[in-house]
Design a binder for this molecule. Structure first.
Ligand code: HAM
Length: 414
C-alpha cells in the first residue's frame, strides 16, 4: 500500500482543526495591521534561493528539493518564501513607487532535513514581510503584530531573542576578529565549523554542537563591531521594545541560517518545544531586493512554523474545539426530498447542517451522528412531515423534543 513520502504528512482531524484556527487568527490579526496576502508558486528557479539564502547556507547546500523539469529548467521546491516574495515584488514592479508594502503568506515549504519531532521535509509557514521602511519603528510594528498574533492564540512560555548582525560594511572587521579567535582554538571546533570559518564565519556562532558552543566562550561580540548607524538602529529598537513592554533578551550568538539578514535578527523560542525550540525567526534584509535585481528597498519580516505552532496549541489547549454540524435524517423517499429543500433554506441562513443521504435506517444514522460528535440529530419521518415538525434528538443528553420546522434555525442557534 502506498504511504506518504518520508518527511511529509497528511493533515486532518484535530491537527487540521488547529491549523485552521491558527490561519484564521493570522488572517484576522494581519488584516488589522494592513497586511495583504500574497501567494507565490512552490516552484522557483534555483537562482532565487542561491542568490538570497546563500550558497554557503545549509539550506542551499544540503536541503533543497531541486531538479530539472521536462523543459530543462533547474527548479527548486521553495525552502522558504522570503526570496520568492521578493522575486514576485520585483517581477510585478510593486516596489517602484517607494510606498511601504505589507504582505503575508501561508503555505508549504520543503527542506530535505533530518527528521526529528517538529521537523518535517514538507512543513508549513506563516510569514509576514514589510517592504520599503528602514526604521526600527517598522520592526517594532511588525513585532507588535507578531506578539498580538501569539497572544490571541493564548501561547505562553515564549521568549524573544534579538541581535544585530550589522551590514556588509561593518561585517569584515567582525569576520577578522572571529577568525583570529577561531584560529587560537581551532582544534576544539567541529568539521562543519572549519568549513564555515572560511565560507561564512558568522555561522560558527550558530553551531549546535555542545563542543563548539563551549569553545565559543568569550567570543568577539558582533554588536561591538557595528557601524554607528547600525548601532543607533539597534539601540533604538531596544528602546522601543522596552517602552512598548515587549520583553526581549539579547543573544550575541543569534545569527540565523540564511545569509540575507542585515542589522536586526531575531527568534522566538518556546520552552515547550524542547530541542526544536525555535518557533519562528526573522529579521531585516535591506540588501535583498536590490541583490535579486530590483530597486534599493529596505525590508523586514519573519516566518513562523505552523506545524510547531499547532503542536504547541495541542500541548497547551488539548484538542481543537470542534462543532460538528447537526445531522438531518429523513426517513423515506418523500422526506428525502423535503430534507434537501429544508437544508437548502437553513444553509442559506448560515446554519451548519449535514443531510443523511444514504437512505439508511434510523439506527445506523444515529450511530454515525454519535460517532462524528454531532449535538443534534433532526429526524424527519412521515409523521413529522405531516405535522410540519422534526424530532430533535439531543445526542449528548439522550432526550428528544419536537420542533416546528420554522423554529429549527433559532433552536439550533440557541
Ligand atoms: P527560518 O528560521 O528558516 O526562517 O524558518 C522559520 C520557521 O520555520 C522556523 O522557526 C521553524 O518554526 C519553521 N521551520 C523551519 N524548518 C522547518 C522544518 N523542517 N520543519 C518544521 N518547521 C520548520 C525563514 O524561513 C525566513 N524566510 C524567515 C523570514 C521571513 N525572514 C525574513 N522574513
Amino acid at each position: 500500500m502506498a504511504q506518504s513520502v518520508k518527511g511529509t504528512r497528511d493533515l486532518f482531524g484535530n491537527e487540521m482543526a488547529w491549523f485552521q484556527r491558527i490561519e484564521d487568527t493570522a488572517r484576522r490579526v494581519f488584516a488589522r495591521h494592513g497586511y495583504e496576502e500574497i501567494r507565490t508558486p512552490v516552484l522557483e528557479e534555483i537562482e532565487v534561493f542561491k542568490r538570497s539564502v546563500g550558497e554557503s547556507s545549509d539550506i542551499v547546500n544540503k536541503e533543497m528539493y531541486e531538479f530539472m523539469d521536462k523543459g530543462g529548467r533547474h527548479v527548486v521546491m521553495r525552502p522558504e518564501n522570503t526570496a520568492g516574495v521578493v522575486r514576485a515584488m520585483i517581477q510585478h514592479k510593486l516596489l517602484i513607487n517607494n510606498d511601504p508594502k505589507l504582505l503575508y503568506y501561508i503555505g508549504p515549504m520543503f527542506r530535505y532535513e533530518r527528521m526529528q519531532a517538529g521537523r518535517y521535509r514538507q512543513f508549513w509557514q506563516i510569514g509576514a514581510e514589510s517592504f520599503g521602511v528602514a526604521s526600527p519603528e517598522s520592526e517594532a510594528e511588525s513585532l507588535l503584530m507578531l506578539m498580538a498574533f501569539l497572544q490571541e492564540l493564548g501561547l505562553k512560555h515564549l521568549s524573544l531573542s534579538i541581535n544585530s548582525v550589522g551590514t556588509s560594511e561593518c561585517r569584515p572587521a567582525f569576520h577578522a576578529a572571529i577568525r583570529a579567535f577561531f584560529q587560537a582554538r581551532e582544534e576544539r571546533f567541529c568539521e562543519d565549523c572549519h568549513r564555515r570559518i572560511d565560507t561564512n564565519p558568522l555561522r560558527v556562532l550558530d553551531c549546535k554542537s555542545p563542543g563548539c558552543q563551549a569553545a565559543l566562550e568569550g567570543h568577539p561580540v558582533i554588536t561591538e563591531y557595528l557601524d554607528e548607524a547600525s548601532q543607533r538602529h539597534h539601540l533604538r529598537l531596544k528602546e522601543l521594545l522596552t517602552a512598548l513592554d515587549v520583553p526581549f533578551e539579547e543573544n550575541p550568538r543569534l545569527v540565523r541560517g540564511l545569509d540575507y539578514y542585515t542589522r536586526t535578527a531575531f527568534e522566538v523560542l518556546s520552552s515547550d518545544l524542547g530541542a526544536q525550540s525555535a518557533l519562528l525567526g526573522g529579521g531585516r534584509y535591506d540588501g535583498l531586493v536590490k541583490h535579486l535585481g530590483g530597486p534599493e528597498v529596505p525590508a523586514f519580516g519573519w516566518a513562523i512554523g505552523l506545524d510547531r505552532l499547532a503542536m504547541l496549541m495541542q500541548q497547551l489547549h488539548g484538542n481543537a474545539p470542534l462543532s460538528p454540524p447537526a445531522l438531518l435524517i429523513p426517513l423515506g423517499e418523500a422526506a428525502a426530498l423535503k430534507a434537501l429543500l429544508l437544508a437548502r433554506d437553513w444553509w442559506s441562513q448560515g446554519l451548519a447542517i449535514q443531510v443523511e443521504t444514504r437512505g439508511t435506517n434510523l439506527k445506523k444514522a444515529l450511530t454515525s451522528a454519535n460517532r462524528q460528535g454531532s449535538k443534534w440529530a433532526l429526524i424527519l419521518g412521515d409523521g413529522e412531515l405531516e405535522q410540519g415538525v422534526v424530532s430533535a434528538k439531543d445526542l449528548s443528553a439522550g432526550t428528544q423534543e419536537t420542533w416546528p420546522l420554522e423554529e429549527v434555525p433559532a433552536r439550533l442557534r440557541g
